[in-house]
Design a protein around this ligand. Structure first.
Ligand code: GAL
Ligand code: CA
Length: 344
C-alpha cells in the first residue's frame, strides 16, 4: 500500500516535470525575438529619443518572460547604406525588422529581401506609399497623422495671437510669418505646413508670408537659414512656424546669436515635444509644441514586433496612427515625465 502511494506520487512528479520542461522549451522557442531597427539618421533628435524609448520598452518586456534582443543601425541619410544594413540585420538572425526609411518612396529592396527571408517589417515615422505597404501581408506602418499635428500647431498659434495683441508688433492687423520646413518630399513637412497655415486662416488670423527655409529637421541648419532671413527682414517677423522642435529651437538660437532683445523676438511654435522642446516650452522661449507620442508609437511597435516574430496568428491592422497632443507651459511637465505606455 505504502509502496503504491509512493509509486503513484513518483509518476505524478515525473509527469509534471515532463510537462513543465516541455512548456519551458516551447516558451523559449516562440519567445526568441531578435528585433533589427534601421533608422534614417543618427543626428535626428526625435528619432534618437523615439528609438531609445523603443529600446526601453523592449527591455521592460524581458521581465515578462520574453527573450528579446535588439540591434540598431542608422543610415546617415543614405538609402543605399540602409539597404545594406537591412541585409546584415537579416543575416545576423533578426526575425522582425523596424525600418525608418531614408527615402520613403524607395522601400522595394528592403521589401524584397524581407519577403525572401520571411522576415516581417514594421515601417515607422517615414510613411511608405500605400501601394508598397500592400505588397505583402507582413508589412506594417506605425506613425502619426501629419495633418493633425499641423492643425494643432495652428490652433496653439491662434489661441496666443488672439489673446496677446503684442504679437502683431507693427499693428497692421496681419501676422508676418516665416515657416521652417523639414525635408522636401516628407509627408510630415508638407502636410504640417499646409494644415497649420490653413488653421490660422480659417480662424480669422490674417497672415503675410515673409519667407521660408528648408532645414531638414535640423537645429543647426534652421539657425543658419534663420540668420539669413533675419538679416534680410530684421524685426519684421512676428511668428515662426517650424515643422519640428529642433528647427524652432534653431530659430531661437539665431535671434540670440544676433543679440536681439526679447521684446523683438517673434513667437515660435514647434512639433515633437522632445526633451529640449519641452524644456523650452517650460521656460517660455517656445510658445507651444505638439507632442509626437513616441511612447505610444514604441508600444505599438513592440506589440506588433512580438506578434510578428513569434508567428502569432492574430490579424493586426497594417496601419497604426497614434494621436498627437497640444503642449503649452501649463501641461509641458506632464509630458517631460511621461511614463512608458503599457503593453497589452
Ligand atoms: C517627424 C519629426 C521630426 C523628424 C522627422 C524624421 O515626425 O517630427 O522631428 O524626426 O519625423 O522623419
Ligand atoms: Ca503685423
Amino acid at each position: 500500500m505504502v509502496k503504491k502511494i509512493w509509486m503513484s506520487g513518483a509518476i505524478i512528479f515525473i509527469g509534471v516535470w515532463f510537462l513543465c520542461s516541455c512548456e519551458r522549451q516551447n516558451t523559449t522557442l516562440t519567445n526568441k525575438i531578435h528585433v533589427g531597427v534601421a533608422y534614417y539618421n543618427q543626428s535626428d533628435t526625435f528619432l534618437n529619443e523615439m528609438v531609445a524609448c523603443f529600446r526601453e520598452k523592449l527591455d521592460s518586456l524581458k521581465d515578462k518572460g520574453y527573450d528579446i534582443t535588439m540591434t540598431i543601425r542608422s543610415a546617415s541619410g543614405s538609402q543605399r547604406t540602409q539597404d545594406d544594413q537591412v541585409k546584415e540585420l537579416i543575416d545576423a538572425g533578426c526575425n522582425v525588422l523596424c525600418v525608418n526609411l531614408v527615402d520613403r518612396t524607395d522601400p522595394s529592396e528592403i521589401i524584397d529581401i524581407a519577403k525572401e527571408n520571411d522576415v516581417p517589417v514594421i515601417f515607422f515615422n517615414r510613411e511608405p506609399v500605400e501601394e508598397d505597404i500592400m505588397q505583402w501581408d507582413k508589412l506594417y506602418y506605425v506613425g502619426a497623422d501629419a495633418r493633425q499635428s499641423g492643425v494643432m500647431q495652428g490652433e496653439l498659434a491662434v489661441a496666443i495671437i488672439k489673446t496677446n495683441n503684442m504679437i502683431d508688433r507693427n499693428k497692421d492687423g496681419k501676422i508676418q510669418y516665416v515657416v521652417l520646413e523639414g525635408e522636401q518630399g516628407h509627408q510630415d513637412a508638407i502636410i504640417r505646413t499646409e494644415s497649420a497655415v490653413d488653421t490660422l486662416k480659417n480662424n480669422g488670423v490674417e497672415l503675410e508670408k515673409i519667407s521660408y527655409g528648408i532645414a531638414n529637421w535640423s537645429r543647426a541648419q534652421a539657425q543658419n537659414r534663420m540668420v539669413q532671413i533675419i538679416s534680410k527682414y530684421q524685426n519684421k517677423i512676428e511668428l515662426v512656424l517650424a515643422n519640428n522642435d529642433d528647427m524652432a529651437l534653431g530659430a531661437i538660437d539665431a535671434y540670440k546669436k544676433l543679440n536681439f532683445t526679447e521684446t523683438d523676438f517673434p513667437v515660435f511654435f514647434g512639433i515633437d515635444g522632445t526633451d529640449a522642446g519641452l524644456a523650452a516650452v517650460l521656460d517660455k522661449t517656445l510658445s507651444g509644441t505638439v507632442y509626437n507620442d513616441k511612447e505610444g508609437q514604441a508600444a505599438a511597435m513592440a506589440k506588433l514586433a512580438i506578434r510578428a516574430a513569434s508567428k502569432d496568428e492574430t490579424k493586426d491592422d497594417k496601419y497604426v496612427y497614434l494621436p498627437y497632443s497640444k503642449v503649452t507651459v501649463d501641461n509641458a511637465s506632464d509630458f517631460l515625465d511621461k511614463p512608458n505606455t503599457s503593453y497589452n
